[in-house]
Design a binder for this molecule. Structure first.
Ligand code: UGA
Length: 364
């Protein structure tokens, strides 16, 4: 099978917009894309190989059009979802519907039409590490924290900690897709993103969105506004960052190599890019100082807050996410290329050019 026609749900988001750049640059695909927003993909709207639908694909009127689009494509790439922790415990109903109910409708259509679906799950399905529950945990045994797609247990806190509404909905979506594969033969690929970083991620409150975004945009906003960076629970949680170009390279390989990608779940992350959130705050302010040429940013204030103060009741954190990516290496020939410094510098530079430089120029 060779993919020619692609349907992307959520083509206007962070991952979708970068994937669209790559697929359209290749020139060999016809793409139907759905999103509520066109802001991040404005440059592609006149491309003859791109058919953009700016509406809710899962509304009553949208579903018949969605069914037709699924029938006409070779692969559906499912990226649309609420994926922002500030909403998991405060808008759990919307989070669950966005991440499970909508996906279950899409899965049913794909199964009925026997279409291949590539679905964005999350590294958060692993929840907390086994190590984090052990007294005196030192992470000395990798078996207690490394995450391997088809082996590692998925561990979440109690229902009252609504932080897990998202991870649980994503996990059930994975199980449903897997069941459609085993019982009805639907081809499926799932990927679990590990903190993709890069230009256009999330939004900057007060500039191009409202609410509390993920950590990259939160820290960036603090730097732009010259307010303290808020470090949740001491910044001891650890994340492995993956630059968006590396992430898109993996997705591109899946589209190009259906036989290798189908009926697999892939971790997409870079374990050599692991940082604590405190280290991330320090690296981002250093990068901002270097890029802006304003040395005061080296000492930009970092203020500690509790998870409850920052996110509200029901927040609980993933302590650590360390991906094993040997499956993606073996089957897709994929290896992340971009290191931690470049990941942070390229991203901070984009946001400085987009929002910081103009503020400095206006003040001068
Ligand atoms: C989120 C999603 O839930 C994942 O599904 C998704 O894969 C992931 O983002 C991602 O970007 O790939 P998480 O990493 O917990 O997960 O979200 P972030 O908002 O990026 O938070 C990372 C860490 O920074 C957490 O420990 C959080 O408490 C902390 N944080 C966040 C701060 O210390 N300060 C802030 O201003 C914001």
């Amino acid at each position: 099978m060779q993919v020619k026609n692609i349907l992307i749900l959520g083509c206007g988001g962070f991952i979708g917009s970068h994937l669209l750049d790559r697929l359209l640059a290749d020139g060999s695909f016809n793409i139907v894309g759905w999103d509520l927003s066109a802001e991040k993909i404005a440059g592609h709207l006149n491309n003859a190989k791109f058919d953009f639908r700016q509406s809710d694909a899962f509304s009553e009127e949208g579903v018949p059009e969605l069914e037709k689009a699924v029938q006409e494509c070779d692969v559906v790439i499912s990226l649309a979802a609420i994926c922002n922790p500030s909403r998991y415990n405060t808008e759990a109903i919307a989070t669950i519907h966005s991440n499970f109910t909508h996906l279950s409708k899409l899965a049913e259509i794909c199964a009925r039409t026997n279409r291949w679906i590539i679905h964005a799950s999350t590294s958060e399905v692993y929840g907390r590490t086994i190590a984090s529950y052990l007294d005196g945990n030192t992470y000395s045994d990798p078996k207690l924290y490394e995450q391997i797609e088809d082996e590692t247990p998925l561990i979440m806190g109690p229902v009252s900690n609504q932080r897990w509404s998202y991870a649980c909905a994503k996990q059930l979506s994975e199980r449903l897709l897997y069941a459609y594969h085993t019982e009805e033969g639907m081809p499926v690929t799932m990927f679990r993103p590990y903190n993709f970083f890069g230009p256009r991620m999330d939004f900057i409150p007060g500039r191009n969105g409202e609410g509390v975004p993920r950590v990259l945009a939160c820290f960036t906003t603090a730097l732009l506004d010259r307010t303290p960076m808020q470090l949740v629970d001491g910044g001891t949680a650890r994340r492995a960052l993956l630059y968006i170009d590396d992430a898109v390279d993996a997705l591109f390989r899946m589209v190009k190599m259906p036989a290798a990608a189908q009926n697999q779940t892939f971790n997409l992350g870079s374990r050599r890019n692991e940082v604590s959130i405190r280290e991330l705050a320090e690296m981002m302010r250093t990068a901002y100082a270097e890029i802006s040429g304003d040395a005061r940013y080296h000492q930009h204030p970092i203020q500690e807050v509790t998870g409850e103060e920052f996110y509200g009741t029901g927040y609980e954190d993933c302590d650590r996410r360390v991906p094993d990516v040997s499956k993606a290496r073996r089957l897709l020939g994929w290896e992340p290329q971009v290191g931690l410094q470049d990941t942070i510098h390229n991203t901070v530079r984009y946001f400085y050019n987009e929002f910081g430089r103009t503020a400095v120029e206006a003040a001068e």
